[in-house]
Structures are given as C-alpha cells and as structure tokens.
Design a protein around this ligand. Structure first.
Ligand SMILES: [Zn+2]
Length: 136
C-alpha cells in the first residue's frame, strides 16, 4: 500500500468495476493510496496511476464490500457442494462396509471349499488305493 500524500477527489469514479479494480478504464494499473485529508485521514483508496481526476478512484472499503457481496453466493454454492460431497462420502463408507463384509463372507467360503477339496482328495486317494490293492 502506498502511503504517499495525495489530495484525493471526493468524487468516486468506479466506472462500474466491481470489487478490487486492478486497472483503470484507461488500462493503467491502479495503486492503493492512503488518504491524508482531514475528512478521510488514513482511509485507503484505489486510484489510477495517472492520478487524473476523471480516472478511476474507489475507496478500498467499497471494493472489499463488493468482493464479499460477490463471494457470498459462491460460498453458499460451495457449502451446498461440500454437503453433497459429505453425503457421497457417507454413502461410499456404507458401500465399503458392505464390501468388507462380502470379503469376509467370501474368505470363509473359500476356506470351506479348500477343506472340502482336501477331504475329496483324500477320499479319492483312498478309493484309488483300495482299487489298486483289490486288483493286485
Ligand atoms: Zn486511468
């Protein structure tokens, strides 16, 4: 923020630029100056570098107010989006829990199948041994 002494005009020339004016309508960058007049002592304002009376002049507090005003609807949308995301996360947690239960059930079933296969293998071996012995 520049603190150089300026005799700012009491006329606000925003040219409809909302929020922080990066540039004046003439294309020149704006700078923040601090008022040193008795009426507005210490009050910051944006002004065109050219400092011409008809160029941009805007109080910083007005720009901040507009920035906040413009941001509020976006914040409401972001809050709604955040709540939707939270809801989706809760749904996904439910899906993960169901999948984990499915994995446990499947593991138990696979163990049972392995035991059955082992028993069948042993039975087949016994049958083959009995057949081979009976044929000898
Ligand atoms: Zn200008």
């Amino acid at each position: 923020m520049s603190s150089e002494s300026t005799a700012e005009s009491s006329t606000v020339n925003t040219y409809g630029i909302r929020g922080f004016p990066a540039r004046c309508v003439c294309g020149t960058k704006t700078t923040i100056y601090t008022s040193e007049t008795n009426k507005n002592l210490g009050r910051p304002f944006f002004r065109c570098h050219t400092r011409r009376k008809t160029h941009l002049f805007k109080w910083v507090e007005d720009a901040v107010y507009e920035e906040v005003q413009d941001a509020l609807p976006k914040i409401v949308l972001l809050e709604a989006k955040l709540n939707k995301e939270k809801s989706d996360i809760e749904d996904l947690k439910g899906v993960v829990t169901e999948l984990m239960e499915e994995v446990v059930r499947t593991k138990t079933e696979v163990k049972r199948c392995k035991v059955m296969m082992t028993i069948l293998f042993v039975i087949m071996c016994v049958i083959i041994i009995v057949l081979v012995v009976s044929l000898m």
